[in-house]
Write a protein that binds this ligand. Sequence first.
Ligand SMILES: [Zn+2]
Length: 258
Amino acid sequence: MKEPLKITFLGTGTSQGVPVIGSNHPVCLSKDPRDNRLRVSIMISWEGYNYVVDCGPDFRQQMLRHRVTRLDGILFTHEHADHTAGLDDIRPFFFRQGDIPIFAHQRVADSLRKRFDYIFAEANRYPGAPAVEVNIVKKDRPFKIGDIAAIPIEANHNRIQVFGFRLLDFTYLTDVKTIDEAEKEKIYGTKVLVVNALREEPHHSHFNLEEALGFIDDIKPERAYLTHISHLLGFHEEVEKKLPDGVHLAYDNLVIEV
Ligand SMILES: [Zn+2]
């Protein structure tokens, strides 16, 4: 590949999104567009390829916002609804392109099969239902997306296993609470790292800000971006000022090149 990877932050919010429905929290009422966060997802684009990581309930809006006309595949981090609930909205891509490749842990594929049985059905398919081509991701097996390798990185979201992905000099991790040393080895040397930072208070299944910054300090990328952000972390503008050099809060519609 000759072009850099273009990373589009489609969503940078935690599971309920920001604003939270019905909330009067000042961050939920903020007029700064960077404080409006759809459910977490990125699109990775290069040379005509578009892959997304996760496909949450805001997927349709995210595809429309960025006028995406082609989708080459979906990489899933884990099965939680804020990462998977938009799967039905691959329909327009399916109608144009045929079965849409998905890349997921066996457990995640099984969960999707239960929740979206009509997408996976082999007989008596409902006309208009989309279909997927399932690719099972295993911890130590890099796989190909387009013409590059995706390296799965295993981490823990409390008791749930999650996958992050390294693509060349870019690494994306979300919903991480702990990660083993052997998996960190796969990340060292990455130039750009995206990692989740929920809020300042500790949480049972997510890095808080301090844990995320500690992890970034360990990996030492050239640049790092925080995502999967709760309104409780505070206003974008104020939090951004407090971050160390080279570390930024991601926000929806931010585009970076790696
Ligand atoms: Zn999540």
